[in-house]
Structure formats: C-alpha cells, structure tokens
Design a protein around this ligand. Structure first.
Ligand SMILES: Cc1cc2nc3c(=O)[nH]c(=O)nc-3n(C[C@H](O)[C@H](O)[C@H](O)COP(=O)(O)OP(=O)(O)OC[C@H]3O[C@@H](n4cnc5c(N)ncnc54)[C@H](O)[C@@H]3O)c2cc1C
Length: 324
C-alpha cells in the first residue's frame, strides 16, 4: 500500500466532448490517451451488452480505448484483459482498488513494476451481479434486445448524472459510443432513461448500500487514501465544485510516476489539499447490513421484481436502524 498522497487536483479534460461523455471530468480517458501515445497498452473496462457483463480488455490505440469511457457500476471480469499482460510491453491498468492492489503485488513479485502505471478510483463498492442481472432482464422484457447501456449521463448536469440509459437494438442503427451519445439519449425512440433521483431501482439498491459484494462489506481496505495505485480518480462532489455542472475529476497521485503522468495529460489541473479533493468520499468500509443474504437470495428468485426487492431492502434497512 502507498504512503500518503503526494499531490491532489480537481481536473477535467480540455476536450469538451470527452468531459461530457465521461462520468466526471474525463481524466481516466485522458490518462489512457496520453500513455497510448507514449507506446503503452491500456487495460480498461468495457461493457459486453450481449452477455450483460463488464470486462477488462487491452486497447492498443486511442480508438480502442474509447469503449472504456464512463463508469460501469458492476464487477468487471479481469481475466480477459489481464491475460494480455506480458513482461516486454508497458501497460496502463485501471480497475477497482482491490483489483489494482492484487496486480501491484504481482508485478512487484515479478520485478517489472517500472513497466506499469496503475489507476484506481475512490470506490463505493461494487453491486451484486444477481441484482444487475435481474435489472437488465426486466429492461429486456420491456425493450427486447438491448444494444447500448450507459450508467451515467450529463443531460441534467453532472450533479444529477446517475442515470441509466438503455436502448433497444431494433433501431437499425449501429451505435457508436463516441459520436452518437447525445443523439442516442435525446432522440432515440424507446430508449430507457432512468434516473436515480426519479427512483431508478438499480441505483436505489446500489447507492442505498443494499446489494454490494460480500467482500466490499467484509474486507475492503482501500477507502479514502488507501491505495496501491499510482493515481486515484473519482468524482469531486464536495463544496469546491458544488456549482460546476460539467464534471470534475478528483485526482490523487501517490507516486512520482503518477505525478509525472498527471502533469502531462490533456487536462486542466487545479491543485488542492487532499482533504478538499476527497471531500465526501467514504472513509471506512460500509457496514454489513443485517439481512443482506436475504436480499441476495431474493435477487436470485425469478418471481421477485426489482421494485419488490427495493421495497424489501427498505424494510430491512428500517430494522437495521432500530436494532443497531
Ligand atoms: C463500482 C464503482 C464504484 C465507484 N465509486 C466511486 C465513489 O464512491 N466515489 C467516487 O468519487 N468515484 C467512484 N467511482 C469512480 C467514478 O465513477 C468515475 O470513474 C471517476 O469519477 C472517474 O471519472 P472520469 O470521468 O475521469 O473517468 P473516465 O475517463 O470515464 O474513466 C473511467 C475509468 O474507470 C474504469 N472503469 C469503468 N468501470 C469499471 C469497473 N466496473 N471496474 C473497474 N474499472 C472500471 C475504466 O476502464 C476507465 O479507465 C466508482 C466507479 C466504479 C466503477
């Protein structure tokens, strides 16, 4: 695990469209773009819409890295990307703090850490795949086959950007993430645009902490300033940018290598003390909610709908408050 953060910034991409598409300021994408330009391969996360699965993959060009833009709030399968790692190439690898810690220990052991830049994020926790599968199945039942999913969009601004956009594949158009993002959200017929602030059931479960992975509740050691990465990113949700609605990435460099990368990316960087950049981030692991195993059990049942699951989780939440 790293020592204290070396330098912290509020930051955003200088390219408007990148900032608009990404979850916060687009710094994750800009780090990849910069390092690919330096000859690195970039391992990021894309969503496989056919298998309803997030997975790591290796991008050798900026075009290939575009699929990694934006957060996919489900557990990513690392094997598909990590098996592309070798000793001769240089790599940027992004992932959850626990995925990055495992990789850090591996590359230290293999004595090849100088070939790697590791990127993680302030992590809330990763929601259960059972809940995701249930949610996406309900959308499929409504829409038919799906060809596009995104977890965040800034149509109502960054502060109200927790919004699932899901589109059916019967439009006859091939969806290009980069170019058709705005068109897709604004104009595509039959597209689901479901916001957390209007009761989206997946976000209710995830952000209500009712369906995180067991390991997130029991073992997470990587909150706040605990990281094995060179750089940590996140949403800079605190007071500093409360009135900014285009999105700002909270960036922390833990190593000299991380500092060097951040100082060269295509981003505006404004330096702040770590506490200010990390304002509002979770500091310790989230308490294991009583009844969690029942929630997962019900999530597995075909007959229970997402709405019923949310209702059931709220009742369990009330019991938790009374008996804690
Ligand atoms: C499960 C999860 C929980 C998070 N919790 C918080 C939180 O509590 N607080 C906070 O401030 N930010 C959190 N984030 C990070 C936040 O959503 C943004 O990724 C971050 O603000 C960076 O935004 P950006 O615009 O710079 O990123 P982008 O430029 O869009 O880059 C996003 C990067 O995240 C990687 N990524 C996307 N999905 C996954 C995934 N499922 N697993 C691993 N890597 C992935 C991509 O490969 C890419 O490199 C979380 C992200 C995830 C996936």
């Amino acid at each position: 695990m790293n020592e204290l953060p070396k330098v912290s910034y509020g930051a955003w991409s200088k390219e408007k469209s990148v900032r608009h598409i990404c979850a916060s300021g687009g710094v994750g994408f800009e780090i990849g773009r910069y390092l690919i330009g330096k000859g690195y391969k970039a391992i990021g996360v894309k969503y496989d819409v056919k298998r309803a699965k997030a997975e790591h993959y290796v991008a050798s060009s900026v075009d290939e890295f575009i699929l990694s833009m934006g957060s996919k709030y489900i557990q990513s399968y690392t094997l598909s990307g990590f098996k592309g790692i070798n000793r001769k190439d240089k790599f940027l690898v992004s992932g959850t703090p626990c995925q990055i810690d495992s990789l850090r220990r591996y590359i230290n052991k293999m004595k090849c850490s100088e070939n790697f830049v590791l990127l993680d994020f302030f992590c809330h926790g990763v929601p259960s795949k059972f809940v995701w599968d249930k949610y996406i199945k309900e959308q499929q039942d409504k829409l038919g086959n799906i060809d596009f999913v995104s977890w965040r969009n800034k149509q109502n601004g960054w502060h109200d950007s927790w919004a699932m956009t899901i589109s059916p594949s019967d439009s006859g158009k091939v969806v290009d993430w980069y170019d058709s993002y705005n068109l897709l959200i604004k104009e595509k017929k039959g597209c689901v645009n479901s916001r957390w602030t209007q009761g989206d059931t997946f976000y209710n479960m995830f952000l209500g902490n009712n369906c995180l992975g067991k390991a997130c509740y029991k073992y997470c050691k990587f909150k706040y300033d605990h990281s094995s990465a060179d750089i940590r990113i996140g949403d800079m949700w605190g007071e500093t940018y409360a009135k900014e609605d285009k999105g700002v990435t909270a960036c922390v460099a833990f190593t000299q290598q991380g500092m060097d990368v951040l100082n060269n990316v295509n981003c505006e960087l404004v330096e702040y003390p770590f506490e200010r950049v990390a304002e509002g981030q979770i500091k310790t692991r989230i308490k294991y909610p009583m009844g969690w195993s029942f929630v997962i059990f019900f999530a597995k049942l075909q007959s229970v709908s997402m709405k019923q699951l949310v209702f059931f989780s709220r009742i369990i939440g009330k019991f938790n408050k009374i008996f804690k």
